[in-house]
Ligand binder design. Sequence first.
Ligand code: GCV
Length: 736
Amino acid sequence: MKAAGMPGRRAHARPRTARGWFRWATSIALSVCAAVAPAAAEDGYDLWLRYAQAGAERSAQAPRFEQLLAADATPAQRAIRDELLRGLRGLQGRAPALAERVDRAGALLVGTPHALPAIERLRLDLHDLGDEGYLIRSLRIDGHPATVVAANTDAGALYGAFALLRALQTGQDIAALDLRDAPRLRHRVLNHWDDLDRHVERGYAGQSIWDWHRLPGWIDPRYTDYARANASIGINGTVLNNVNADAQVLTPMYLEKVAALADTFRPWGIRVYLSARFSAPIEIGGLATADPLDPAVRRWWRAKADEIYAAIPDFGGFLVKANSEGQPGPQDYGRTHADGANLLADALAPHGGIVMWRAFVYSDEEPEDRAKQAYNEFVPLDGAFRDNVMVQVKNGPIDFQPREPFHPLFGAMPRTPLMMEFQITKEYLGFSTHLAYLGTLYEEVLRADTHVQGEGATVARVLDGSLHGQALTGMAGVANIGSDRNWSGSHFDQANWYAYGRLAWNPGLPARAIAEEWTRMTFGNDPAVVAPIVGMMMASREAVVDYTGALGLHHLMARGHHYGPGPWVEGGPRADWTSVYFHRATRDGIGFDRSRRGSDAVSQYAPAVAEVFDDPDRVPEELLLWFHHVSWDRPMASGRTLWEELLHRYDRGVASVRAMRATWAGLAGRIDPERHAQVAAFLAIQEQEAQWWRDASIAYFQSISGRPLPPGVAPPPHPLAYYQSLAFPHAPGDTQ
Ligand code: GCV
């Protein structure tokens, strides 16, 4: 590009008035920016569906789609067609012509044999694609090179269309395509922890995107973009409201609003679900009880289900948090979780709905190790649930910590479909300002081997039903979506939504490949951009583990809002909500003894796993303090003592963030300035906060261990009391 004022370009004329001077200065400044900026500023609204710049990146010789043959009889078919036109217009520089027959090179045929005769004539073998799979193939039609995206259903064609767009966006060769793919899990849902007043519990991206007050009259166009984004990664369900549920959502007034959202999402293959408050029959039904065995309660739920399905014929079902953290449930009436789940399952069954019953239960009245309680509660109920119930289990036994071992329920309930619950929002990994790619966390859990039937019994195989022959399969992700313009609060948090969707579709996908795909779609295919960003992402979660508490430490955050360090938290309403309950640090050592000599949580795992976890010399160091209480002086693999190793990890975590900042700074000029600037600012916050976590934690643990800081380890700049005095009364996302 030629600079302003160079020969051949009209120089900016000197102004004569003050106003003119201002305009002149502005135009010069803009010209300078344009000269260094690689692309127009972007605010992140388009997510990974930017469909931009590829025109410039693609070589002029790259094959183009010149014709599009796609049915348009249904809203779903029109959604597919419009998405392809939009995508190809951006990616190719011009949209293909809509056509009814192939008469030149570069035709794209998309749809089902039933809807599109041109696909029917190809007699493709689609038998193993099910009702959401697709096939993409390069072939010749009447001598012309063409591409077909075929499926048995509109939903399959939609996923195929997005897969083709992804191939184009990531710079793959589209001249010789031969892909077949189908989801490995059936229910791939987001869980919104959104309250009806638009507060989002553990939400760091603004308010809820559901504008309940203006619904159903106002359908924000954003709802369609939400559905597009989800469909593009295979998400096919969304639970609209918080599991800490308000029964009001089941009243006719709200159901009308829910129905309007369901209508908007339907063309994109997305069903709506609701979190049901167990005591709703009392709160909005006027009954005296919510006892699951009471005939009037059973009638109430059946009538409620009938009412919902009359308005939303493809309603997905209910998600329930019961007898957990103060929520009502069947145990209030001396009944079991199975009694409660089956009550709702029976109401939904005639309509084909499902119940997702959460296993996140623990009680402070129970002296048992909190990590053991869900297993103790649910394993005896294996086989007692109706066929349309899935038990939804968090990835680890405590609560979405930066690192946990896999939940012992995976593999332990062979007669019950288990659904994974991951957290996409980063309640414990730095909210929205810390860069932490969760693909690696999800991958670690999905690949963990439960050993329940010998080797290879991975968590992924429990979920996809192949281990125990389950047909009902699924995964849930606690959404990180809000009203912020960039949806997720930060540009990099979009990657966690993306990674979740891709892994719900196929839990076997590698986290690195997903990170690369997302980076290419979000920031472009320039290798000088892709490699450093993927490198940052892949190291980022481990950095958070390091600076918030490594080696298996967990639950060390501040009380309530969970923002920042609080390893000193003790007292208060519940012991199992304090940090000291979990780290158990004393003058002699640190860690929660969950070995056979301690709480015996290890015995909830299959023998081959239990044996390893039980042995402090064999358990991976990453989980040492989760399962063992050991001396500060214990020698570690590195040759350092445990105390020194912990200090080393704190420093390593901060250094890792510093390295990310430097890498990102090096990308200036290669990323559009608006997104580059926000990420840079957030990384600066992250570095400060990583340092704060490190300093506060070292100050605290040193006060307990009494051990000196070895040479080279900088002492915290403030006394412990300073860190303890910090208060953040309005930190976002707290419970209401
Ligand atoms: C929705 C943790 C969170 C709560 C959340 C709960 C749950 O305790 O801090 O905000 O409540 O998990 O998953 O039910």
